[in-house]
Design a protein around this ligand. Structure first.
Ligand SMILES: *Cc1c(COP(=O)(O)O)cnc(C)c1O
Length: 370
C-alpha cells in the first residue's frame, strides 16, 4: 500500500477582496430574487457567454428542471441523456414525471453517440428533449448532435455544470444548445455557494423559464415554483464571474505543466474531441492498467483524489432508483471503467503537480515490472 505522504485538495475556494466590497454595498439594497442586483448579474452572464437571455436560479438542479418544464416536458414525455452524468442531472427528469432514456456515449467522449441518438429519436416519438452532459469540462460533439436534433425539431438542452469556459471550435458550449443549464455550487468554476443559471437566445423560452422560477407570476394560470437566486448570491456571482478568465488560464497552465511530466504509458491524457478545448475542471486520464480501479484506489491512498471513487461513478442505470431504465450503453461502460480525474484548480502548486505526475509514473513503472 502506498503511504499517504501528501493530500492534494480537490476543491478550490476563490478568495476575493472584491467579494466583501460588493457584498457590503449590496447589503443596503433589496436582497430578494427580484432585486436589481440579480438583474445586473443576469446581464453580466449574458454578456460573458454571448447569450441573449440569462435567468439566475437557486441551483443547477433547478436550472435543469426549469429548462425541461419550459420545453413542455411532463408525464408521458421522455428525455434522452447519457448514463455517464451524475444523479443530479436525472432527478429533475423524474421530478417532472417524465421518463429518462439512456443514450450511449461515443467511445472517446461523454456526448451522445450520434447513431444511438438517431436510433432513439426514430423509435421514440414521445422524446421531448435531448440533454447532453459534457463531463469534467471536456467538450462533446455538440456540432454533430445539433444537426441531428434540429433536423427533427427536438430541443438540445445542455447541462454545463462542469463546463464554464469549455469551448468547441472557439465558441462557448452554450452557443450549440437551445438552452443551457449551469450550476454555481461551490465545487464548480463559478461559485455562489449554492446557485445556478440558464442561458438561451430564445426570448419566448427565456420568458417561460423566468415565469416557472417565480410561481408563474402567481397568476393562477401558469404553473411555477420558487427557484429564484437571492441578491446576496447574485452579488457573489458578479464578483466571481470576474475571476473566471484568470481561473481558466491557471488551470490550463497547470494541465500543461502536469502533462509535460507525465510519462506513464498506461495513463495517458484523454484526447479532447476535434476542435474542443477543455476548461480543466478536472484533467482526465485514460487508463490501461490490468486493474484500473486498483490504480485509482492507490492514487487516492497517495493523497490524489479522484471523482471516480469520491462519487462512485458508474452508469446511472446501475443505481436502484434507475434500474428500470437500463439500456445497453457499451461505450459508456468502457469509458467510465477506463478514466480517472486529476485536480487542476488554481490552488494546486507546482510541487503538487510534480508529486502527482511522479506518483503516477512510479505506479505505472512498477506495474510494468510487477
Ligand atoms: C453539480 C451538478 C449538477 C447539480 O447542480 P446543483 O447546483 O448542485 O444543484 C447537475 N449536473 C452536473 C453535471 C453537476 O456537476
Amino acid at each position: 500500500m502506498t503511504p499517504l505522504v501528501r493530500q492534494i485538495s480537490d476543491k478550490y475556494r476563490a478568495h476575493c477582496s472584491a467579494d466583501l466590497h460588493l457584498l457590503e454595498k449590496t447589503l443596503g439594497e433589496s436582497l430578494s430574487g427580484g432585486a436589481d442586483v440579480v438583474t445586473r448579474y443576469e446581464s453580466e452572464l449574458s454578456a460573458y457567454f454571448q447569450a441573449d437571455h440569462a435567468v439566475a436560479v437557486s441551483s443547477g438542479t433547478a436550472a435543469i428542471q426549469t429548462a425541461l418544464a419550459a420545453l413542455g416536458v411532463g408525464s408521458g414525455s421522455s428525455v434522452v441523456l447519457t448514463p455517464t452524468c451524475p444523479l443530479c442531472t436525472v432527478y429533475p427528469i423524474l421530478a417532472l414525471g417524465a421518463t429518462p432514456i439512456f443514450c450511449d456515449t461515443q467511445n472517446d467522449s461523454f456526448g451522445c453517440d450520434p447513431d444511438d441518438l438517431a436510433r432513439i429519436l426514430r423509435e421514440c416519438p414521445q422524446v421531448k428533449a435531448v440533454l447532453d452532459i459534457p463531463m469534467w469540462g471536456y467538450p462533446t460533439r455538440l456540432d454533430l448532435l445539433r444537426e441531428i436534433t434540429s433536423g427533427r425539431k427536438i430541443p438540445l438542452v445542455l447541462d454545463l455544470a462542469h463546463s464554464h469556459g469549455t469551448k468547441l471550435h472557439g465558441l462557448d458550449l452554450n452557443r450549440y444548445g437551445e438552452i443551457s443549464c449551469f450550476s454555481t455550487h461551490e465545487r464548480k468554476l463559478v461559485s455562489t455557494g449554492e446557485g445556478g443559471f440558464l442561458l438561451t437566445s430564445d426570448a419566448e423560452l427565456a420568458r417561460r423559464c423566468r415565469d416557472f422560477t417565480r410561481f408563474g407570476n402567481l397568476d393562477g394560470v401558469t404553473f411555477g415554483l420558487n427557484f429564484k437566486l437571492s441578491g446576496l448570491q447574485a452579488t457573489l456571482g458578479i464578483s466571481r464571474l470576474g475571476l473566471l478568465d484568470e481561473q481558466l488560464k491557471r488551470r490550463k497552465e497547470n494541465a500543461d505543466h502536469f502533462l509535460a511530466q507525465l510519462q506513464a504509458e498506461a495513463a495517458v491524457p484523454l484526447r479532447p474531441v476535434d476542435g474542443g478545448t477543455p476548461n480543466y475542471y478536472a484533467l482526465l486520464l485514460r487508463l490501461n492498467f490490468r486493474n484500473n480501479r486498483a490504480f485509482v484506489k492507490a492514487m487516492t491512498q497517495a493523497g490524489i483524489p479522484s471523482d471516480i471513487l469520491r462519487y462512485n461513478v458508474v452508469c446511472l442505470y446501475e443505481f436502484p432508483l434507475l434500474q428500470a431504465y437500463r439500456r445497453p450503453c457499451p461505450n459508456a461502460e468502457v469509458l467510465l471503467a477506463a478514466i480517472t480525474t486529476i485536480p487542476m484548480h488554481p490552488g494546486i502548486s507546482p510541487e503538487d503537480l510534480h508529486y502527482m505526475s511522479a506518483a503516477i509514473n512510479a505506479y505505472a513503472e512498477s506495474s510494468l515490472n510487477g
